[in-house]
Design a protein around this ligand. Structure first.
Ligand SMILES: [Zn+2]
Length: 219
């Protein structure tokens, strides 16, 4: 008698479990049917350091989404630079640094440290100018990560090697901004974009810029 009872309740339990699983399956189906298929997780492969605020993370996500939707080749460029870590350290900003990149740690991870919270550069005065600048800086620093991972420009020992490394970053920074001109944006965005392109294209050929980046090297 005893054993029959146990058997019965065990059967009951397993029936309940099966029903629950079927129920869950139906729920999952419902969820995936109502959300877009193959939504990529754009932040996957990026380690977000605790120094980033929830606003920083949202800013990063929006920017990655913009690149994904509008400039897929540059979204791919970001993908290829993964894995990397993002840090915010305002002490670097206090010393005049927009951002710094280093690659790679023992896990092959690159690290980019921003000198300010994302979208809060002291060199841009509108939200649109901030957005343009952030995209440019992100691509610039990711270029350093990619270069260093591929063992390009790893020795900044004199002015020539310093210029070569920085030029690589600055050229991609300018290239992504030129690509952004094809995106349909408001006038403030377009104006900020044009201003930054003109000044950076000029700076690339100016001695002043190279003195700023590589002035520490005598020759
Ligand atoms: Zn650089």
């Amino acid at each position: 008698m005893q054993s029959t009872t146990i058997f019965k309740s065990a059967t009951k339990i397993s029936i309940i479990i099966v029903v629950m699983m079927v129920g869950l399956g139906a729920m999952q189906k419902k969820v995936s049917a109502s959300s877009p298929i193959n939504v990529p997780n754009l932040v996957a492969g990026i380690t977000v350091h605790k120094s980033l605020s929830p606003e920083d993370v949202a800013y990063l996500e929006n920017t990655l989404q913009l690149l994904h939707d509008q400039l897929p080749e540059w979204s791919q460029y970001v993908e290829e630079a993964k894995p990397f870590t993002l840090i915010v350290n305002t002490r670097e900003g206090d010393q005049g640094r927009e951002a710094i990149a280093i690659c790679c740690d023992e896990n092959g991870n690159g690290t980019i440290t921003f000198g300010h919270h994302l979208g809060q550069s002291i060199d841009a005065n509108t939200a649109e100018a901030q957005q343009v600048m952030f995209i440019g800086t992100l691509i610039h620093e990711l270029t350093h990560v990619r270069d260093q991972r591929e063992k390009r420009f790893t020795t900044k020992t004199n002015r020539k090697s310093c210029v070569a490394a920085e030029k690589s970053g600055l050229e991609q920074q300018l290239a992504v901004k030129r690509a952004l001109t094809s995106v349909n944006m408001n006038d403030v965005f377009r104006q900020a974009l044009e201003e930054q392109i003109v000044s950076e294209a000029h700076a690339l050929n100016s001695r002043e810029l190279w003195d700023f980046y590589c002035g520490a090297f005598e020759n």
